[in-house]
Design a binder for this molecule. Structure first.
Ligand SMILES: O=C(O)CCC(=O)C(=O)O
Length: 226
């Protein structure tokens, strides 16, 4: 079991994210990637974000999202009554040569604070499109522009609006999970590797906090007080 120390909790409060290393095994990540690939190929097949709500999610995605190892990491950050809401495999094809734009996830769903975990289904580097974050940006709400184009992500913040904010590349090994606040500004690098890049992002909230967001009709409790 991974222990989230008081120091890690304070760092999460200050920076808006927490890196948990080697949460899942390589075998588990390869199985999740294979399932994600098959499902995405059987639907649109397109590069980008593919969302599954918790009431229609395939069993393998649900078991990764609700795994007790994730609950152990989330409990000190969210509270003892954790609700799983939805999960998204993210596919960056070798032909995606543009960066995913900067945004706060909250701009897409509103309401109470949610947390997500960016789980690396394969090693993530600046070359293949790893995540970028701005530590501490979760402490305020940023104004997003509404944009529609082939890059997806209709709510965005332009690089110009970020001024001299300190950006950080999040280099990860397969099986690591980056838990982040839904106000943390994040984006991802273009994929210049010539190979596919897959990640998996489940989202959670505290069941005890009223949430005015209308995005989720259903949720699933994954952890109670221990
Ligand atoms: O995995 C990525 O490339 C970025 C995904 C992302 O920012 C999101 O789904 O909010």
């Amino acid at each position: 079991m991974q222990k989230v120390t008081d120091k890690a909790r304070s760092s999460f409060a200050k920076n808006g994210f927490l890196m948990a290393e080697a949460v899942f095994t390589a075998e588990e990540m390869m199985a999740c990637k294979a399932a994600a690939k098959e499902l995405v190929e059987n639907t649109s097949g397109s590069s980008g974000v593919h969302v599954w709500m918790c009431d229609t999610i395939p069993p393998l995605f649900e078991s990764i999202s609700c795994d007790p190892r994730m609950a152990d990491i989330l409990r000190p950050l969210i509270g003892s009554r954790i609700e799983f809401l939805s999960a998204k495999p993210v596919y960056k094809s070798p032909r995606v040569h543009f960066a995913s734009p900067w945004h706060q996830d909250e701009a897409y769903w509103g309401g109470a604070t949610k947390m997500s975990a960016w789980i690396a289904l394969e090693d993530a580097t600046p070359e293949n499109g790893c995540l970028r974050v701005i530590p501490g940006s979760h402490l305020r709400k940023w104004d997003h522009a509404s944009v529609r184009d082939a890059r997806g992500f209709n709510n965005r913040i332009s690089d110009d609006d970020l001024g001299d904010e300190q950006m950080m590349d999040v280099v990860m090994q397969r099986g690591d999970a980056l838990v982040f606040h839904d106000r943390l500004l994040h984006s991802s690098h273009p994929n210049r590797s010539g190979r596919e890049r897959w990640s998996f992002i489940p989202t959670y909230r505290n069941a005890d906090v009223p949430d005015s967001s209308t995005v989720w009709a259903t949720s699933k409790r994954i952890a109670d007080a221990v």
